[in-house]
Design a protein around this ligand. Sequence first.
Ligand code: A3P
Length: 285
Amino acid sequence: MTTASKIGLFQFKGCNFITNIHNPEYLAEICHFEIKESDVITVTYPKSGTTWMQQILCLLYSNGDPALVQSKLTVERVPWMEVPIDNSKDILLPHLRVTHLPYRLIPKTLKKGNGKVIYVARNPKDVAVSLYHFQNYVTFLETPSSFQEFLEDFIDGRLIYCSWFDHIIDWYSHKDEFDFLFLTYEDMKKDLKGSIQKICDFLGKKLDEDKLDLMVEECSFKAMRKNPKANYEHVEGKHPKGSFLRKGIVGDWKNLFTVAQSEMFDRIYQERMKDFPFKFIWDSK
Ligand code: A3P
């Protein structure tokens, strides 16, 4: 373990983790975890719609019944792969796990093709803005001194889980090793029901129309924001103002990026992502 340059972070095998959430001994074990055929692993870079996908999968594996999402916390329903599990608690949905891990740190059995991977990506300007607000909201990460400085850290991968670019490029370039579904936050915003149907098809699940409609309702930003088991209001270490489920929109970056910052980001994006075969949606129009 080495200390990362930012307060609240440490490095493990070149990736930045959160000091008061992760521990290096546990991280070192992950490569030996046994992944089963029936396991479904949600993979995201932070602030890309992780909590949203956890909500969707939990409802799907509860056959659309909202009882579990209303009575148990998100992290209890779909636990983190990289956070030690409290063995005294029941594992509610044993097939479901979520992770922000870079490809190189995941279990070997997952790389061998056991389990299914759902990768949720979000346009990186909105990711940066969401993460910036998050770092201003929580007390266990460094409060950015300015958006400019934060953006440079984001681009250079000095924040939690390092570089957005490396994360998506690495995962996507290995996608053929997995039973792999690639979804975007923007597509989920545009057509949540259609996205849930895609997930159902990928997982071989069938839900009737009524249940699907109920799921769409339960997974809406409005419903999740109101749901104390999904909105992270229980988490300690945050300032009084703000929220985890903050705006939930596409294109909020336009409210924070200056024209110069946007142009600088576009140049770097074009350079880093030139071989990436996918085009993001950058605004809600
Ligand atoms: P904003 O900060 O832009 O509002 P993660 O769960 O990966 O940390 O991502 C958090 C982001 O996803 C936040 O973005 C949050 O508001 C958004 N989000 C969570 N649930 C959502 C939902 N049901 N609909 C739209 N956005 C959602």
